[in-house]
Ligand binder design. Structure first.
Ligand code: CTP
Ligand code: MG
Length: 238
């Protein structure tokens, strides 16, 4: 892969406080699979040999990261994140100083998505490499989706065109840096890196990923994620 693609720096935004999850500790530090959500996530990322470094963005008042099993791993670096997810990602990117080159890439993966599979990460990297374009994992939407105003359905969207954006999301370092640095009046709508890239008019390739790569947002997601991990482990054993 080396000659076709520069280094791939991995950024793990983990500076959120998990307001919707509603626990005292941020959701990424909740116990999961005899570890924690963030450690399960980092373990999978560490198993991807194509990633140069794993840069974990944490909250300035974080009291839990030091207890992570991977905090002292030679491939893991910790930086302080920012107020918004995009600020955290930008701070991770700006922490890359040494050996940063023009053809480098940045792969962003939420700490709160522990069920991501190595095979999907590798397919994403391959797609970005082949097309030399930014790419994201995404899953097609099967439900009928309504646009709702004041509790009334005002429109039914064409679901054949709708996908759920997952992470990882992979972009050329210089593109994602430019995109996140450019001020935008719609920045409150930018809940992922791809939206910032779209605003620049750059392509974002959709790579279908497994739908079980869910983001832990509310407590019920934890049970679901646990079941998905059981299923993944059963399959890999059988
Ligand atoms: N995140 C971050 N910096 C922020 C906000 C979020 O690094 N300022 C990270 C979270 O830690 C999480 C990922 O971005 O891994 C996705 O965000 P989200 O699911 O919204 O997590 P929280 O912001 O923690 O949750 P909530 O919105 O419910 O408060
Ligand atoms: Mg949030």
């Amino acid at each position: 892969m080396g000659s076709d693609m520069g280094k791939i720096w991995c950024i793990v935004p983990a500076a959120g406080i998990g307001l919707r999850f509603g626990e005292e500790r941020p959701k990424q530090y909740i116990p999961f699979r005899s570890s924690t959500i963030i450690d399960v996530t980092i373990k999978t990322l560490l198993s991807c040999s194509k990633l140069e470094k794993i840069i974990v963005c944490i909250h300035p008042d974080d009291e839990y990261a030091q207890k992570s099993d991977y905090i002292n791993h030679p491939k893991v670096q910790v930086v302080i994140g920012g107020n918004e997810r995009s600020d955290s990602v930008l701070s991770g990117i700006q922490s890359i100083q040494t050996d940063k080159a023009d053809d480098d890439w940045v792969l962003v993966h939420d700490a709160a998505r522990p069920c991501v599979r190595l095979a999907d990460i590798n397919r994403l990297i391959k797609a970005a490499q082949i097309h030399q374009q930014g790419a994201i994992l995404a899953a097609p939407i099967h439900d009928t989706v309504k646009e709702v105003v004041n509790q009334l359905a005002v429109n039914t969207l064409d679901r054949t065109r709708l996908w759920r954006a997952l992470t990882p999301q992979l972009f050329k370092l210089k593109d994602i840096q430019t995109a996140l640095l450019s001020e935008n009046e719609n920045s409150y709508l930018m809940t992922d890196e791809a939206s910032a890239i779209e605003q620049l008019g750059l392509p974002v390739r959709i790579v279908e990923g497994h739908a079980d790569n869910i983001k832990i947002t509310v407590p019920a997601d934890l049970q679901l994620a646990n079941m998905y991990m059981d299923q993944q482990e059963e399959k890999s054993c059988g």
